[in-house]
Design a protein around this ligand. Structure first.
Ligand code: ZN
Ligand code: ZN
Length: 146
């Protein structure tokens, strides 16, 4: 579990990653980044905006900052077959840039990250011959919908 994201240390850390990515640290960027850090599944713009508008950030601001963070490589965009862009933090410890598989429930739409899971080598080399893989997707029914 991630530690509570409110300490001064955490803020310094967020400011530091923004600076390293060449972005100015603004309250909106910090808020977006902090929320994505504490999430354990990718979030859509709508979900993030719903959570952040009560804190005084409007939807357009959230959207613009999400794109800034994605362009700077701090956040990845994923599209999981339902034409909704979702955003998640790049976890340098576990991932080749953002490329872990996702499980999507066909009944309720819940998305779960399968961080630390990678393609078997045979599948990797086979898929390289076909093209470049942008998403690895598993579809099924989640525990709640089984
Ligand atoms: Zn479900
Ligand atoms: Zn993920």
């Amino acid at each position: 579990m991630a530690k509570r994201p409110s300490s001064a240390e955490d803020l310094a850390d967020l400011q530091d990653s923004l600076r390293k990515a060449g972005l100015r640290s603004t309250t909106a960027r910090i808020a977006v980044l902090r929320r994505l850090r504490s999430a354990n599944s990718p979030l859509s713009h709508a979900e993030l905006a719903d959570e952040l508008t009560p804190h005084g950030f409007d939807k357009a601001t959230v959207f613009r900052n999400l794109n800034d963070l994605a362009d700077a490589g701090l956040v990845v965009r994923t599209e999981l077959g339902d034409h909704v862009w979702r955003f998640e933090i790049v976890n340098r410890r576990h991932d080749e840039p953002g490329h872990h598989p996702h499980f999507v429930c066909v009944a309720c739409g819940q998305v779960t990250c399968l961080a630390g899971v990678s393609l078997p080598p045979a599948l990797k080399s086979r898929s390289k011959r076909i093209g470049s893989v942008t998403e690895i997707l598993l579809r099924g029914r989640c525990r709640n919908c089984e």
